[in-house]
Design a protein around this ligand. Structure first.
Ligand SMILES: Cc1cc2nc3c(=O)[nH]c(=O)nc-3n(C[C@H](O)[C@H](O)[C@H](O)COP(=O)(O)OP(=O)(O)OC[C@H]3O[C@@H](n4cnc5c(N)ncnc54)[C@H](O)[C@@H]3O)c2cc1C
Length: 360
């Protein structure tokens, strides 16, 4: 997903960057952490940031912010392992919990001091909140929820591609006259790079001068989101998804059965969710979850673009559809043309037999 899949050359006006903005250099990734836990999207972005920085011939930098302590040091080391050359570290007790105002102030001051040309954040709840206020404070361009990032070699511009018009089109957006060029990217859209623990880099401390009494927002309590009983679709190695082609609610059982045999998670298209066959937290796609499993089985799913953008990063896609012209066959690795209500149980029986044989 690192190269923009645009067939036609992108027509854009010539850049007329102000003299002062021409000096902006480097690719930055905001390292998002909460309670000592770095969001994996930060490392996915580091992998992509490395490719962009290499293409531009510049440094890749991480931005690490939080309360002073060993966590920040560990996050810088992890950022180096995932590809960063340098980390800007902002340590302040005011940054112990995420709040928009101090984080925006610290990040905008850091950008103004060290002038990156590209700034990437995860399109998480935190990342979207922070990116929007940083971009408006800096008066620069931000493309939210990108699915591809690439560089135009002609003018070093960041080409940020994202679905638009309800996902029916992919558009590539460029920030011509302002710097940094900002983008947010969803979790699991970019592949996770392999960490290289031997890599090291330079830590640069930045004094943000934050004063607690200047900040009106206070965090009174932290209530953790109990995810234990919720589907862990984004991380699942195997996902079996069902769509409208299953015909009726009871037939969703075939999807559950196959997922159980394979030890995978159950997903669904939006049409299946709208039909009330399965809960909304299992929706895969643009307005649902992005998954990146080793194996994705799509049963009775047409392959609409809004579904596709949530699962096309799977290593292997097997589609079952009774219409040989279904769009999903355009990008599935294996196509099974047939009735999913017959094929799913048959696959379940075959895999169960095979796996039992493997285990003996
Ligand atoms: C703003 C917006 C956001 C959206 N977000 C999402 C999203 O996040 N996720 C999502 O999935 N959709 C999303 N959609 C909806 C999306 O456009 C499609 O409508 C939806 O994905 C279709 O679901 P489906 O493939 O299950 O159903 P259908 O389009 O009805 O397709 C059913 C398929 O099953 C096949 N079929 C029928 N009977 C059988 C059978 N017996 N055996 C095998 N195959 C059979 C048919 O040939 C057909 O291809 C969004 C739409 C909009 C406008």
């Amino acid at each position: 997903m690192s190269e923009a899949k645009t067939d036609k050359p992108i027509k854009k006006r010539k850049i007329k960057l102000d003299e002062e903005l021409l000096a902006y250099r480097g690719v930055w990734v905001f390292v998002e952490s909460e309670r000592s836990h770095v969001h994996p999207v930060s490392w996915e972005l580091m992998g992509q940031g490395r490719r962009l920085a290499d293409q531009l011939g510049v440094e890749l930098c991480g931005v690490v912010m939080g309360a002073p302590g060993p966590d920040l040091e560990a996050q810088c080391q992890a950022a180096f392992a995932y590809g960063a050359d340098r980390c800007y570290r902002i340590a302040s007790p005011v940054l112990a919990e995420y709040r928009n105002v101090p984080f925006t102030r610290a990040l905008t001051d850091l950008v103004n001091a060290h002038k990156p040309e590209i700034l990437l954040l995860g399109a998480t709840t935190l990342g979207r909140d922070l990116a929007g206020s940083v971009a408006t404070t800096l008066k620069t361009g931000l493309t939210a929820d990108c699915t591809e990032l690439a560089i135009d070699p002609e003018d070093r511009c960041l080409l940020s591609t994202r679905p638009t018009f309800g996902g029916s089109l992919l558009c590539t957006i460029v920030t011509l006259n302002y710097r940094p060029q900002m983008a947010t990217v969803r979790h699991r859209v970019m592949p996770m790079p392999d960490p290289q623990p031997e890599r090291t880099g330079l830590i640069v401390d930045f004094e943000a001068g934050l004063i607690e009494t200047d900040i009106v927002t206070k965090v009174l309590e932290f209530i953790p989101d109990d995810q234990r009983d919720k589907p862990q679709l984004p991380y699942a190695e195997i996902v079996v998804s069902g769509g409208k082609g299953l015909g009726k609610a009871e037939n969703f059982k075939h999807v559950w059965d196959l997922a159980k045999v394979l030890g995978g998670e159950v997903g669904a298209s939006r049409a299946a969710i709208h039909a009330g066959w399965i809960s909304a937290d299992r929706q895969v796609g643009q307005t649902g979850k992005t998954v990146r499993p080793a194996l994705y089985i799509a049963a009775g799913i047409s392959g609409a673009i809004q579904h596709r953008v949530g699962m096309e990063g799977a290593d292997c896609i097997i589609a079952i559809n009774n219409d040989p012209n279904a769009p999903i066959f355009d990008f599935a690795h294996y196509a099974i043309v047939g009735d999913c209500n017959q094929v799913l149980p048959a696959l379940g029986r075959t895999f169960a037999g095979y796996l039992a044989h493997q285990g003996s």
